[in-house]
Design a protein around this ligand. Sequence first.
Ligand code: GDP
Ligand code: MG
Length: 397
Amino acid sequence: MESRGTKREAGEIEVAEPGNKLPRPAPSLPTDPALYSGPFPFYRRPSELGCFSLDAQRQYHGDARALRYYSPPPTNGQSPNFDLRDGYPDRYQPRDEEVQERLDHLLRWLLAHRGQLEGGPGWLAGAIVTWRGHLTKLLTTPYERQEGWQLAASRFQGTLYLSEVETPAARVQRLTRPPLLRELMYMGYKFEQYMCADKPGVSPDPSGEVNTNVAFCSVLRSRLGNHPLLFSGEVDCTNPQAPSTQPPTCYVELKTSKEMHSPGQWKSFYRHKLLKWWAQSFLPGVPNVVAGFRNPEGFVCSLKTFPTMEMFEYVRNDRDGWNPSVCMNFCAAFLSFAQNTVVEDDPRLVYLFSWEPGGPVTVSEHRDAPHAFLPPWPPGPHQSAWPQSGPVPPPAD
Ligand code: GDP
Ligand code: MG
């Protein structure tokens, strides 16, 4: 007997039948802003679930020891005069950027706290776990014209984990970073040292080293549309004098930027920098960004506080400005796209989402090294923590 569909007449139209394997176009997600305008989606007020610290040796501690306290200079009519180049390079201990930590520190926090998570049984199984910085990149994607990104995604016990992969272009940029750009990075951290103290109510001490291994990370819960989120972000400092001392509303993000002189310079600042500042601080509910404006000699001579919730006002009437709804709707669309792509529950299976400016988000499938980023076995109750970082050995029998 002849099987169906083997005998054809010229011009016969192929009909999709169940079981008929038609070539399916590779799924992709467009990023044009026009596709994501529409009402602002639901975004749950972020709440802090906990925190952790990384010390000068980049060692994890499940406490707030690295949290610093906002301590701006006295407002007695004088302007600040912070030399951001002071201590460079002799008092600079930069983090080793060759070490790819992926989600390791956040996973270590999660392993210690997964039994006590709020939200009811099964909340984590329905959630997305990632770094705040990865979500920031998603928010700004519809407006980004320079840098692409790659995000690796795996599902484990229901939870969708997202971990950034450095693109080949980003790696080249990092390895060929011009000396002036290296110094500019230092200057951002040096500003934090001028503005923060190790204890509340004391003045900053800018005489010590700048060690970028040290980090205080807040772990937050939120929800975008129907996507429950658990993410962590590095927090610069807490303001002991904030109206509410409850995190994350007491947190302050510190930034430096070039001094501006013309209306055109301000317009460009609102269009490009404020978008990134807004996305980064809106996600964790950090209410204020304090900017230090530096002159060409590298001195901060003026400070300005930008409330996160007021940043959009600077571009609301700008045809070439950004729109928070577009950012959040695109992020929600990407999270749905990822949830629908990563169907199988297997920590060895990785979907790599790739995006370059001007194109859509595309996907490729991988197994094990080098992209797998979750420990390959369900951690049992006797295992109190994952190893610090790097590849995880199989459990001893
Ligand atoms: P951000 O919003 O981009 O600053 O990133 P997060 O706040 O989400 O930081 C997540 C973790 O990644 C923290 O432990 C940071 O110290 C670390 N981190 C942030 N930026 C970088 C980076 O450029 N390179 C590396 N290797 N780690 C980073
Ligand atoms: Mg900062």
